[in-house]
Design a protein around this ligand. Structure first.
Ligand SMILES: *Cc1c(COP(=O)(O)O)cnc(C)c1O
Length: 413
């Protein structure tokens, strides 16, 4: 039996994470279930940006690179993210976008496994991950780099002595399906290859243990569950044991051992710092820094427990509703195999989601027919889940999806 609305209110009352909700700007009468795509605005960000613009930039001018340690932002923010992904110090920086970081790290992986040429990935991976690998393959040519894309279940059998790196996204962006990071990383290592995890839909949604599981390389997003703002910089992780030899192709001056020596020849900065390329967009970093401050004392096991209960409640409510009987669960039914989102297939998915958003319940639509709901435990309440499903019932009962304005798709869905 799914929770009643009264039980949801009670669960919210005793929720140990409830106090974090007040740290976010959440528009009134809105249920925001799209924080897996763009996290909401933390209240601390506006003040931080105001200070950065008016004081640090306006008054401090160029001196702020030192006086406010703008130059150290990539490293400082990396150290803030490290505990969220189970990484010890010196292995994480914040830089560029997920796409660009994937490019850097795939090249790093190939250079760490000379003689091996294959990048192995899954066909349901997030498309940018595959496009980036295709671009690297085109640049390097077949003798040095080949991309093999397989259906998930056939992937593990395909690893062989020519596989340099396996690149997978930990939580599937459509279904929320969670890969077993431990067993896959182990199998990849048994074949002598390296493991590159994309943590875009996992960081800030569940506990991660990169060091303990011997992960080699990872990337993740700053603007999803970390709430760093639209286009926030991403992060990358390189295990300490690789840092001695690791190189990356986007050798900008910020990754140089002495950028201000202005010498013509590249010499890599020590350790993880060589994975920087150009000048960091300071305003975006400062927004992310303010957002990351929220995570200082968050218990990630509590976060996971809440995420599981939120998604179980969502699924149970949908499945218990007669009006929603033609919604097909597109996420694993087992909580242990899911990240922090659920999706349902419905042939009228796009128009239904538009009608739901019109009621201020904000999820999103993914091709071909998926209604997707992110359940970010930092600010989502149990009662929000209950009310969201009640609104979905209303959309279906009143056939609100029939409205002609809900047929056309805008540029961003
Ligand atoms: C969101 C997301 C990205 C986004 O990449 P950007 O380069 O930061 O736009 C990449 N991969 C996955 C798996 C994602 O979920």
């Amino acid at each position: 039996m799914p929770m009643t609305r009264a039980q949801c209110l009670e669960a919210d009352r005793i929720d140990p994470l409830a106090r974090y909700r007040d740290a976010f700007v959440l528009p009134p009468d809105t249920i925001y279930l799209d924080g897996n795509s763009l996290g909401p605005l933390p209240k601390a960000v506006a003040g931080c940006l105001h200070d950065t613009v008016v004081e640090q930039w306006g008054q401090g001018l160029i001196g702020s690179w030192n006086d406010h340690d703008w130059i150290g932002l990539a490293e400082r923010l990396g150290e803030k993210i490290a505990p969220l992904i189970g990484a010890g110090p010196g292995q994480v920086i914040v830089a560029d976008s997920v796409s660009v970081n994937l490019y850097k790290l795939l090249a790093t992986a190939l250079s760490l496994r000379p003689g091996r040429t294959i990048i192995l990935s899954s066909e349901d991976n997030f498309p940018t991950d595959l496009y980036i690998a295709q671009g690297l393959t085109a640049l390097l040519g077949r003798e040095r780099c080949e991309l093999v894309i397989l259906e998930g279940s056939r992937l593990m059998q395909a690893i062989d002595a020519n596989t340099a790196v396996v690149m997978l996204t930990h939580v599937d962006f459509r279904s929320g399906r969670l890969y077993d990071m431990q067993s896959i990383t182990q199998q990849v290592h048994d074949a002598g290859a390296l493991m590159l995890w994309d943590l875009s839909h996992s960081t800030g949604a569940l506990p991660l243990k990169l060091d303990a599981l011997d992960v080699d390389l990872a990337v993740g997003s700053g603007y999803k569950y970390l709430n760093g703002g639209p286009g926030a910089p991403a992060f990358l992780y390189v295990a300490a044991r690789h840092l001695g030899n690791a190189t990356q192709p986007l050798r900008g001056w910020m990754g140089h051992a002495e950028p201000f020596a202005f010498r013509p020849g590249y010499e890599p900065a020590p350790g993880i710092l060589r994975f920087q390329s150009g000048t960091p967009p300071v305003l975006s970093y400062r927004a992310l820094e303010a957002a990351l401050a929220l995570w200082d004392n968050v218990d990630l096991d509590q976060l996971r427990d809440k995420s599981v209960l939120l998604s179980e409640t969502f699924i149970e409510l949908v499945q218990a509703s007669e009006v929603l009987s033609d919604f097909v669960l597109n996420s694993p039914r087992e909580a242990a195999e899911r990240g922090s989102q659920v999706s349902f297939a419905h042939p009228l998915g796009y128009a239904i989601m538009r009608a739901l958003i019109d009621r201020r319940v904000i999820g999103d639509f993914r091709e071909p027919n998926l209604l997707r709901f992110g359940l970010a435990p930092m600010y989502t309440r149990y009662v929000d889940v209950w009310d969201a499903v009640a609104h979905l019932d209303g959309v279906m009962l009143n056939r609100e999806y029939d409205a002609p304005e809900f047929r056309e798709q805008p540029r961003v869905t």
